[in-house]
Each structure stands twice: as C-alpha cells, then as structure tokens.
Design a binder for this molecule. Structure first.
Ligand SMILES: [Zn+2]
Length: 295
C-alpha cells in the first residue's frame, strides 16, 4: 500500500474481504483479473494531518475521499479513503486512479478550495499551498449541485484538456444528470426566457404533454413550484415508459458555459469537444450554452 492513501479501518476491512482492491490491483486469486471501474468520487473537507514524508508545507492535509467502483456485474462498492496531499500527489493520483484521475483531481481541487475557508490557519495555508499543483491537472469546473457519472466526466476532462491547450481557459459544466424535477425546472426556465420549447425537443408528443401540464397548472392558478411538480410527474411517467425528452435524464448529456467566451474561444471549445469520440455539440441560445450529447 502506498503511503499517500491511508485506508480507514472500515476501508481496510472492506478491502481485505473483497474480490478487488480500491487501486484496481488484482488481489492474489485464481479468478480472472477484473479491474473495477470508478463510477463516482466525492471529497470531504480537508483536515490537518501530520506528515512524515516530503510534504509541501509544515502541515500536511488529508482529504477524505469516497470512491465508488462497479464491477463487471454492475455491483457497486463505496470505499472511504484519505488522501495525504503531498508534493507528489499528482503523480500518485495518476498511478492509483488511472481511469479516473481527472475526477479525483477535480474533487480534490474543490475540497482544497473549501479548505481555504477553514478556521485552522495551518489548514488554510496548506490548502493554499497545495491548490495550484492540484488545479494544474484539471481544466474544468463543475457548478455546485451538478452531478454526472465518472465515465461522462472523464470525457469532459478530455475535451477540457484539449480546449485548454489551445485557448488557456477552463471549461465550466453548468448541468449534468437531471432528475424529472430538475428537467422540469430547466424547461420552465427556458419558457420564462422566451425560448421556443416546443421546437427545441425532437419528441414533439413528449414535450407537448409536458407543456400541457405546465399550461394547465398555470390555468389553475398554481405557483411555479406546483407547476414544476406537475411537469415533473409527466416526465417521470415518460421515463417509466422509456421516453426520455432529454439525454440529461439518462446520464448522457452535459451543458457547458459559453456566455464568457468570445467567438474564437467558442469555436475552439466546439472543435475540442467534437474531437472526443462519442461527443456531439449543439449550441443553444436561451440561456447560451453548448449542450453535449455523450454516448
Ligand atoms: Zn443540455
């Protein structure tokens, strides 16, 4: 076990018992080697952590990390770890998480930014010292509350690296996986901004039913929240019938911010995105963004 990742007692017990380790390294076994894939990563708040090896500051920081992996049968396991943020952190993250290093870097960077607001000045200092080296490995940001599966985020990371190489600008992800409620809110926002919602979606029957629920709620004098609920109910029933008004409902779409890009930067971002296999780009104007379908 490498020193920078300290397993908690629970994680150690889990790793000892299970058919795969959190590092994607096969245990001693006669079973075929199966490397589970990382499906989700989330980081907690950094804590002061005494360091013994080459540290980037007097106080090392530990970032609690939860890594969820799925095996070939789709069985998920979540393992809590603690990452010691030393000067070698970038190299070690790449070694330990070869298929998900971008997702780990992004979560670590967010945790370190949160750490800047910690009460303990030593932790603040250590986070500030570590942040540039972690941030230099990740060229996109994700707005709070935006969720997406790790394999979709890996594609975002790929296109963000390519876009950064040309335009030196980070990509901002403004939307990812949506629930029926958040899809209903997104449609309502488009209505409020005067977009032609009926024309926007391919499945005219499905969008017609959602808009009907919206108009009915308005006609009955219901407020915005109740209207969202009525629309979300229709979307939920459609999903149960296998009808998806948007790939956002299926984990297969993200939106990227373009409102702060000039024409050249936009073209470069589109080119970078389209060069990643399985990604198609659609520019939407209300509000302005690139909608990416990722298959
Ligand atoms: Zn979209």
């Amino acid at each position: 076990m490498k020193s920078f990742l300290l397993r908690s007692t629970a994680a150690a017990a889990l790793a000892a018992c299970c058919s795969f380790s959190v590092y994607g390294v096969s245990p001693t076994s006669s079973l075929p080697i199966v490397t589970p894939s990382v499906v989700a990563v989330s980081a907690g708040t950094p804590v002061g952590n005494p360091c013994t090896n080459a540290s980037i500051s007097d106080t090392c920081i530990g970032v609690p990390l939860e890594v969820t992996q799925a095996d070939e049968q789709g069985v998920k396991r979540t393992v809590p770890l603690q990452v010691s943020v030393t000067k070698d952190v970038a190299k070690q993250v790449r070694q330990e998480f070869p298929d998900a290093s971008a997702v780990v870097f992004r979560n670590l960077a967010e945790a370190l930014r949160r750490g800047l607001g910690q009460d303990d000045p030593k932790v603040q200092q250590a986070c500030a010292a570590a942040l540039p080296s972690v941030e230099s490995n990740v060229h996109y940001r994700v707005l709070p509350d935006v969720r997406m599966p790790a394999q979709i985020e890996a594609k975002v990371a790929q296109l963000a690296d390519k876009a950064f190489e040309v335009a030196q600008k980070d990509v901002v992800v403004t939307s990812g996986t949506r629930t029926p409620e958040s899809q209903a809110s997104a449609i309502q926002e488009k209505i409020a901004l005067g977009d032609n919602v009926q024309g926007l979606y391919k499945d005219k029957q499905a969008v017609g039913a959602i808009l009907h629920a919206y108009r009915e709620a308005k006609h009955e004098g219901k407020d915005a929240e109740e209207a969202t609920g009525a629309m979300a109910d229709v979307i939920q029933r459609q999903v149960e019938d296998g009808v998806y008004i948007s790939n956002h409902l299926r984990d297969n779409a993200v939106d990227l911010r373009i409102s702060d890009l000039n024409g050249w930067q936009k073209r470069m971002l589109r080119k970078a995105a389209e060069s990643v296999p399985g990604v198609s780009v659609h520019e939407e104007s209300i509000p302005p963004h690139f909608h990416l379908d990722i298959l």
